[in-house]
Design a binder for this molecule. Sequence first.
Ligand code: NAD
Length: 507
Amino acid sequence: MRRTHAVSTTNTIQHWINGAATPGASTRTAPVWNPATGAEQAAVLMAETSDVDTAVVAAATAFETWGESSLTQRTRVMFRLRELLVEHEDELAEIIAAEHGKVIDDARGEIVRGREIVEYACGIISHLKGGYSDQISTGIDSFDFRQPLGVVAGITPFNFPIMVPLWMHPIAIACGNTFVLKPSERDPSASNFVAELYKRAGLPDGVFNVVHGDKAAVDAVLDHPGIEAVSFVGSTPIAKYVHERATASGKRVQALGGAKNHAVVLPDADLEYAANHLTAAAFGSAGQRCMAISAAVAVGEAADALLPVLAEKAKAIKVGPGQDVGNDMGPVITAQARDRVTSYVASGVEQGAVAVVDGRDLKVEGHEDGFFVGPTLLDRVTKEMDVYTDEVFGPLLVVVRAADLDEAIELINANPYGNGTAIFTGDGESARRFQRGVHVGMIGVNVPIPVPMSHYSFGGWKDSLFGDNHIHGPEGVHFYTRAKVVTSRWPHVSRSVEAAFNFPTHG
Ligand code: NAD
């Protein structure tokens, strides 16, 4: 069955500022492609500095009242937003499939995982609870609480057009901040849709703003003196750049970068289970997930047993337009992304890897101009090959062989990325050694894509995260607020206490 989302070719996607679609000052646009057909389906406005400034002014004005709103008021908006996200799941999934290219059910998956962050934000009263110490010293009580920062910004990648922004803004807004989102210019429509849902949920105008654009808009965000904090998710070089530039302008920054996620398969693992999950984790969303498994580390005799099963499963994947129900995998995001993946496969083969399954020549009937690459499986990849050292971000799984678990852990720890990793094993002792030994932020034990649920925070180590706080969950609340501690004494209770010139030591 064919589903369609109507995007007219004359459609120009506008910014969303102060509660309304806004044309902005700049008339520069970028194309929004339909990755399944290769056709331009819309254009999106590219903001210049003045457009970002308009959004920040709207957000700063809205902060004057939103920052003073009660936790109950904020919670009510989040509950309504949650219901609207449920009600409009079909429409949102189609918008995502049309612009990103992923299959409808996968788009639904990201909506559900993003919605869970809104559910977490519905509990903001509990998450913002401070501590209180009665009589911490004689006649003295202490308590702490957290306050919002002001205007905060999010800059997000193309691969999860709704979930990654939802990692940020519900928590920031529930904490009392106002928000400027600069989503990916490649699939911008979901952000405007969410802005409309916020408005219907009762969020005051100016609290959530969307500014579309590229480097010019990002630089304007990073330099803007009215923005207190920046959350970024994207590739490592840009994450590093964002972290350096925004911290230099005095902002609090969390910048999540790219990944090379390894899955270790031990000989004692259930190989059928491991192969099923590895295949889905490597090729789901055409490998364009920051938590995709891109390197399988087959330990000892696991390699020869695993390879034929993996190959069979990779060949069985049904590739086609994301909007056609029944496909497992859609296209990659752009023609350049497709060419990048195929050139990495070519370089791997040139450098000595064995192409067990080669998706470079895949043609999808009726969609010959779409940005498709078939699932590709390379064996005997070594840690020197470009296909191993670089994040390829496509439907490519490389298999590296390791003699034992220690060698597998060493390999992972030598890699500059540290986002996610997984182990497939039936042995608790090996799993425990693995989870304690790897220098990686998110670890799965027989779970290939261990994206933490909303009550935990998401973040990698090493080149996968610049800054201190992980995103969403408790660290998200921490990131979007600053703490105060109050120490109080009421003189009529402790009249006898003398003022002292030495540093106060209380008993
Ligand atoms: P990207 O780095 O190209 O773009 C991310 C954002 O940065 C976009 O909003 C884009 O407009 C902006 N940008 C791009 N180039 C810029 C430049 N030169 N200067 C300033 N801003 C710029 O990433 P992408 O291709 O959209 O997304 C894929 C990448 O994101 C992959 O590397 C993936 O691993 C990573 N990612 C990481 C996580 C995580 O949680 N660690 C999650 C999702 C995606």
